[in-house]
Ligand binder design. Structure first.
Ligand code: HEM
Length: 395
């Protein structure tokens, strides 16, 4: 039997404060390590180049791995498909998520209006907790309202379901209950949209054809169960970590206040520095050599995106948040055929969210009670963001 290590103890959703020293040791000493995880033994890939090799090569490293994990609650989705089937299904949603589709209509203004509405609720108070009052609510409100056309008051419930869904490794009953709750909620909506389609993603899937066939209810509901966490859970984390970076690096905050054109760089460096999604998983289709280690067929391979993005072989002084570094090639959205379908939307929302906050609260700083930190193992984001401000711009 090969030797294994159990990393971090705890569970995938534990609020691990700092996994990065462990990743550094693994990168240096055991870059393709056999570890004990929730779903049994698997290989953990921590170096940038090895991560890229896995993500690039879908022949040897199949996405069907996801059927054994998150697919248990999502159902069969593009996340676990390979080859032509994956391309056919992915194509259904990607046209709605291109930069042109996102910016040619009034979506950016609608996103901005959502951000303003949220800021209005605490702008005059002089202090706020931005995770609870802003980042948790903003992307899910945008997604459920603008992309699914569901009532605004249900957005928060959807985010709680999204969080429950992705807890499959730690708390399966909670995760399955959320999957069922989403189906119960969306089934009548789907029936209605089949009869009277609108412009939203549910209608798009309800009327789509793959090789001449309509998608079944089960296929559409699974797609929606993927889109809810994918569309909100991740962006909320990116936005929170970007704010955390600015609040804890006052020189970066000053630079951005003086030049709003630096915001895309804040977003890219945050994606590299605190990647919201820390792992993606593949399964070997044959015995395979990677980084000097032979991985047997049908083994799970976890790619630690957060480690790859802090690999000093690729990014010098990787633990430093540096607004001026070259972030080119970071893997926060994955790579290859399964590259995030919503990357443009995630970036757009994060940019507008930051713009509105900095415009409305121009002297935003940490509150005296700020002891907040970015935490998490499978997903990372700040546990809270206590802030204060004296000046408020009304719009
Ligand atoms: C900052 C925000 C986001 C991050 C960090 C992120 C991260 C990722 C990553 C790492 C993957 C690759 C999964 C894999 O290779 O197995 C992925 C896939 C995906 N993401 Fe995102 N995502 C974000 C926002 C979004 C948004 C806003 C949507 C909205 C539609 C979205 C929809 C998807 C979909 C549908 C997939 C599956 C793509 C496929 O399997 O072909 N994501 N995302």
């Amino acid at each position: 039997m090969p030797t294994t290590v159990e990393l971090f103890g705890g569970t995938m959703m534990s609020p691990v404060p700092n996994p990065y020293p462990v990743y550094k040791r693994l990168r240096d000493e055991w870059p393709v390590a056999l570890v004990d995880g929730i779903f049994g033994q698997h290989y953990l890939v921590t170096r940038y180049e090895d991560a890229l090799t896995v993500l690039r090569d879908s022949e040897r490293f199949s996405s069907r791995a996801n059927a054994r994990g998150i697919g248990l609650v999502l159902g069969r989705t593009i996340l676990e498909m390979d080859g032509p089937e994956h391309i056919r299904h992915r194509r259904l949603i990607t046209p709605a998520l291109t930069p042109r589709a996102l910016t040619s209509g009034d979506l950016p203004e609608a996103i901005r209006a959502t951000a303003h509405d949220l800021v209005d609720r605490f702008a005059s108070r002089g202090h706020a907790e931005l995770v609870e009052e802003f980042t948790f609510l903003f992307p899910i409100q945008v997604f459920t309202k603008q992309f699914l056309q569901l009532p605004e008051q249900d957005a928060k419930q959807f985010h709680h379901w999204a969080l429950d869904l992705i807890s499959i490794a730690d708390d399966p009953p909670r995760s399955f209950a959320a999957a069922q709750a989403i189906v119960d909620y969306l089934k009548p909506v789907l029936e209605h949209r089949r009869r009277e389609p609108g412009e939203d993603l549910i209608s798009l899937l309800a009327t789509a054809r793959v090789e001449g066939e309509q998608l079944t209810d089960e296929e559409i509901l699974s797609f929606c169960r993927l889109l809810v966490p994918a569309g909100a859970e991740t962006t909320y984390r990116l936005l929170g970590s970007a704010l955390f970076a600015l609040l804890t690096h006052p020189e970066a905050m000053d630079a951005v206040r003086q030049d709003g054109e630096l915001l895309p760089q804040v977003i890219e460096e945050t994606l590299r520095w605190e990647s919201p999604v820390q792992y993606v998983t593949r399964e070997t289709t044959m015995d395979t050599e990677l980084g000097g280690t032979v991985i047997p067929r049908k083994m799970l391979v976890s790619v630690a995106l957060g480690s790859a993005n802090r690999d000093e072989r690729r990014y010098p002084d990787p633990d430093r948040f540096d607004l001026h570094r070259d972030t080119e090639g970071h893997l926060a959205f994955g790579f290859g055929r399964h590259y995030c379908a919503g990357s443009h939307l995630g970036r757009l929302e994060a940019r507008i969210g930051l713009e509105v906050l900095l415009e409305r609260l121009p002297d935003l700083v940490q509150d005296d009670s700020f002891q907040d930190a970015v935490v998490g193992l499978a997903f990372r984001s700040p546990n809270a963001l206590h802030v204060k401000y004296r000046t408020t711009k009304m719009v």
